[in-house]
Design a protein around this ligand. Structure first.
Ligand code: AMP
Length: 581
């Protein structure tokens, strides 16, 4: 991957808010060998990374951590899955004073949603455990009293949604005078959700000496505007668009499945059953995941071996020997451990998680499809990693087909087909005379077709192919809005819908200045629904999609057709999803 780092003039040469062009420094190659040790993090933080099983910093971490440790402001273009949370969390934790901590927070992280507040807070807590970091998530929907008590007890880092942060600021329960670092995470998402004024107001209450860090998956002009106003000579980091893999186009078929984390082991098992790889290399992000997945797959009857950076050469040789000899069919590995690995008969590469950078994806899938042979690359992506998948597609200029996981019925049919093919092979092979007397004897009393059926059943069960009656369907994950996919540039917010919902199409979108709160406002003022009844909202450039309870759909359509949204009439109808997907 080429990472483009651009940096403004040296500190002190211009004031915040100036508009000079920004000098661009191209980093044509990142130093692959950067380790966490090179980043000069405190021992407690390094220890946390070891215990989490992280082997090396991701590209965004390699690029962002050094300037952040130098207290520079930073603007990073990074989606979920790149490791951006650790990229900003580690440097801010580095600042924690070992003793003598006050009760007011030294860092404030603003995030768009409650889910992200919890996730980011948990991540910072894990990274900062050895430092005794006090981290609290603060979001709407949770009783404010609980948050009040935690804030009163004293915290180091507050991870908050902007609305709730403002509530606490107004109540003086969140004091910002000691804030040294402010992070705007998923800034584009926050702006889309209508939080611009809230963010500006919060930033205005923080000390001018603060370090400001902004991460955003996309960099629309509004983000630039925000950065110009509130970031001081920021270092800019982004994955450049023109990074393309060298050499021939890959012969590897690339596919992805979107699946929730808890269903990944089942999904992997199902795909392996259908694919029947001769040998597959499965990539995980961390050592811990490698060990866990190896154990899970062995428990499910596969012959899996683990390979990671904590293993010595002898252990690695043993594992590779087993794979080459065919005594193992799955090799579960981290990127570091699999570097330079060459396995002749590898047919499949599986990304158990979306890799943290396009470059890593290209490296990984390059293990198959060598020497003119075809290979298969499968990626399991969590719903929130879809955007990263789209980035990889764009950067590698190779399509990754998003497919549906096989259902239990399809799996059953596939296994049956395998038994059929196996019987057919035996028929062609002949040499069946030995069994003739058995069939003849049975056929005296029953139809020969029934004899055949029983034989097929026996063969099917004996091959271990019979469908497990406890095998459950893997639910399709709920759709989350994914920006920048299919060129539609959808943006939006998700609220939890309850019960049956209908999706409405509204013929105005971002270019007409529509924000989720405009739609919620129009719906709630024109119908009996409350804001809580409104489900997922997606805002594309020229249209929006809103989920409402199915029973209320007709009423809402009629009401919206009568009214104006942001002063203009709009087409409103049921969404014909099939025409746009
Ligand atoms: P994020 O993009 O911050 O949401 O991180 C995505 C995932 O990558 C999280 O599950 C992190 O725990 C994991 N992660 C972050 N940094 C690293 C790293 N250097 N090595 C392995 N995993 C990482």
């Amino acid at each position: 991957m080429h990472v483009c780092v651009s940096s403004a003039a040296p500190p002190g040469t211009r004031a915040r808010g100036d508009h000079e062009p920004i000098a661009i420094r191209m980093m044509t190659a990142i130093d692959d060998m950067t380790t966490f040790a090179d980043l000069n993090l405190r021992p407690e933080l390094q220890q946390a990374l070891v215990s989490l099983g992280y082997e090396e910093p991701t590209p965004i971490q390699q690029q962002a951590i050094p300037p952040l440790l130098q207290a520079r402001d930073l603007m990073g273009q990074a989606a979920t899955g790149t490791g951006k949370t650790a990229a900003f969390a580690l440097p801010l934790l580095q600042r924690l004073s070992p003793d003598d901590r006050g009760s007011a927070p030294m860092a404030l992280v603003l995030v768009p949603t409650r889910e992200l507040a919890m996730q980011v807070s948990e991540a910072i807590h894990r990274y900062g455990q050895g430092l005794g970091a006090r981290v609290v998530p603060v979001y709407g929907g949770q009783p404010i009293g609980r948050q009040l008590r935690v804030l009163q007890r004293g915290v180091d880092v507050v991870v908050a949604t902007p609305g709730r942060a403002l509530d606490h600021i107004a109540r003086r329960t969140l004091r910002l005078e000691a804030v040294e670092v402010v992070v705007l995470d998923e800034a584009d998402e926050m702006l889309d959700m209508g939080f611009a004024d809230d963010i500006e107001s919060i930033l205005g209450d923080t000390p001018a000496t603060r370090q400001t860090v902004l991460f955003s998956a996309t960099m629309p002009p509004r983000i630039d505007g925000l950065a110009r106003k509130y970031l001081h000579e920021p270092v800019r980091i982004q994955i450049t668009r023109d990074t393309s893999p060298e050499g021939e186009p890959s012969l590897t078929h690339q596919r992805a499945y979107v699946v929730a984390r808890q269903h990944k082991p089942a999904a992997l098992g199902r795909l392996l059953d259908i694919e029947m790889p001769e040998a597959a290399l499965i990539f995980c992000r961390t050592r811990t995941e490698v060990d866990e997945l190896t154990e899970t797959m062995n428990g499910r009857g596969y012959r899996a071996e683990a390979l990671h950076g904590a293993m010595n050469q002898e252990q690695r040789d043993r594992v590779m020997g087993r794979l080459r000899a065919g005594a193992a069919e799955l090799l579960v590995a981290t990127d570091v451990a699999a570097r330079g690995l060459d396995v002749e008969h590898l047919t499949h590469v599986v990304n158990y998680d979306v890799p943290s950078a396009p470059k890593s994806y290209v490296h990984r899938i390059g293990r198959v499809g060598r020497a003119g042979r075809e290979g298969i690359a499968i990626t399991l992506a969590e719903p929130r990693e879809r955007r990263m998948l789209a980035t990889i597609e764009r950067v590698t200029k190779q399509p990754i087909a998003i497919e549906r996981l096989p259902t239990v019925a399809e799996l059953g049919a596939h296994r049956l087909e395998r038994t059929r093919a196996s019987l057919e092979a035996h028929l062609l092979e002949g040499d069946l005379e030995h069994y003739r007397s058995v069939v003849e004897s049975l056929a005296r009393d029953v139809d020969v077709m029934d004899v055949a059926l029983a034989a097929v059943k026996l063969a099917h069960e004996a091959s271990g192919s019979a469908t497990d009656p406890t095998e459950e369907e893997i639910p399709e994950p709920p759709r989350v809005p994914a920006k920048g996919q299919g060129g539609k540039g959808r943006q939006g917010a998700t609220h939890p819908p309850g019960g049956q919902t209908t999706r409405l199409f509204i013929g105005r979108g971002r270019t007409a200045g529509i924000r989720p709160k405009d739609l919620v406002g129009a719906i709630t003022s024109e119908s009996d629904l409350s804001g809580r009844d409104v489900g997922a909202i997606e805002i594309a450039d020229r249209f929006s999609l809103v989920e409402v309870p199915a029973a209320a759909a007709d009423g809402v359509i009629a009401a919206l057709r009568r009214t104006r949204i942001k002063g203009k009439k709009a087409t409103v109808r049921r969404d014909k999803a099939a025409t746009r997907e």
